[in-house]
Design a binder for this molecule. Structure first.
Ligand SMILES: [Zn+2]
Length: 265
């Protein structure tokens, strides 16, 4: 059907980390946060947004991710990877036309990690994020897993500085909003349905609702000034679109959201 557009949310596992790494001023106690990814079913081609973890993480996370696991723990089962997720909702990997990357942190590159199984997909990211992620510097480098995305056979489609607000299908259903701060080239995604309901995937620019409302600051913030501007912009977008906000890693909100095979439309 021409207007059969659906948004599916998936849990790609959980990260267990000291509260202080999740929330500025937090304690040493460990908290559990969900890793989330989504699929947008669209008549002109299906879209994976991010993709959670690479399937290797379910097998041997330390081998795949390295030293970030000195300060955190990841729990993932094989069925939480992208391909089993697609199968669960009856979406053929060959129908995936786009992989949209909010940013390239290791818990978001699970689709590009299996790009050889998504033969018709182009990978959309900002050029800023793409360039930064080729050789990230300092301790933040451990948040990236170049094995997932620095390889041949990826048909990148990179957004330039002037492409803010990029409308993927030209129909207003999926638009990309630059929200730097968490990483240099982070973007958030707005999904507007034919029903006029809207969903704002803030991803890690607001990893929880408390973060969006600035009741707390995340433990990790690469560029604080930009991050603050991005939050303001996200609050405006959510208000303008009357959107349901879906943050990247909110342990309290996540269980209240519909998860695949249920969907939003
Ligand atoms: Zn991130």
């Amino acid at each position: 059907m021409a207007d059969d557009i659906r948004l599916y949310l998936f849990e790609g596992g959980t990260v267990h980390l000291p509260e202080k790494n999740h929330i500025l001023g937090g304690g040493e106690n460990f908290i559990t946060t969900p890793i989330t990814w989504s699929v947008l079913v669209h008549p002109r081609g299906n879209v994976i947004i991010d993709g959670g973890n690479a399937p290797e993480v379910a097998v041997d996370a330390r081998r795949h991710w390295g030293r970030i696991l000195d300060i955190s723990r990841v729990v993932m089962t094989p069925d939480q990877a992208v391909l089993p997720g697609l199968e669960r909702i009856g979406v053929d990997p060959e129908s995936i036309r786009w992989v949209v990357q909010s940013h390239l942190h290791n818990d978001h590159t699970g689709a590009v990690a299996v790009i050889d199984r998504l033969p018709n997909a182009q990978v959309l990211a900002t050029r800023t994020e793409f360039t930064w992620a080729q050789a990230p510097e300092g301790f933040v480098a451990m948040g990236y897993c170049p094995a997932d995305y620095v390889k041949d056979g990826i048909d990148w489609f990179l957004l330039e500085d002037g492409d803010d607000g990029f409308d993927l299908f030209g129909d207003g259903v999926l638009t990309c909003w630059f929200t730097p701060g968490h990483t240099p080239g982070h973007m958030s995604l707005l999904v507007r349905m034919p029903s006029e309901r809207a969903y704002l995937l803030t991803v890690d620019a607001a990893n929880t609702i408390d973060h969006l409302e600035e009741r707390l600051i995340p433990g990790f913030n690469l560029m604080p000034k930009e991050a603050g501007r991005s939050l303001k912009r996200l609050r405006y977008l959510a208000w303008r679109e009357q959107a349901t906000v879906i943050p990247g890693h909110d342990p309290d909100l996540w269980p209240t959201l519909k998860q695949a095979p249920e969907f939003y439309d």
